[in-house]
Design a protein around this ligand. Structure first.
Ligand code: DGP
Length: 114
């Protein structure tokens, strides 16, 4: 838990957010401002500020998160595809400084992103 981190509070259940998935190490919940019919955030319970702050010890946690994303995509019925985005740093458009994976699906997504 890091001081006043919003996603740490969500992860510890302090904000009564509905979890689509919760394990010892991660939680998944719907984005407050969805940009696709399915827009889920998957976050580690451990406070990690961004993808750029990962350490070697986080390797198995990241593997668990990838597997969770696959499970959530299946749960959401995203058989025709989905996208996973990790906004990182100011140029990456990161607004919440607790590592999170956006799982986006339910419509055809364009490329390149803005
Ligand atoms: P990013 O820009 O990549 O840092 O994405 C942060 C996302 O977090 C953004 O899409 C909106 C979402 N978000 C911010 N505050 C809350 C909240 O309190 N609850 C939920 N469910 N999502 C939030």
């Amino acid at each position: 838990m890091s001081g006043d981190c919003l996603f740490c509070k969500i992860a510890e259940g302090a904000l009564s957010t509905e979890f689509l998935l919760a394990t010892d190490h991660l939680v998944a919940f719907r984005d407050l401002h969805p940009v696709a019919p399915s827009h889920i955030l998957v976050i580690p319970k451990k406070h990690i500020s961004s993808l750029a702050d990962l350490e070697a010890d986080d390797q198995s946690l990241m593997g668990e998160m990838m597997l969770a994303i696959g499970q959530l995509a299946e749960q959401e019925g995203l058989e025709s595809g989905f996208r996973v985005v990790v906004n990182t740093g100011p140029d990456g458009g990161q607004s919440v400084h607790h590592l999170h994976f956006h799982l986006l699906g339910g419509r055809s997504l364009t490329w390149p992103p803005g």
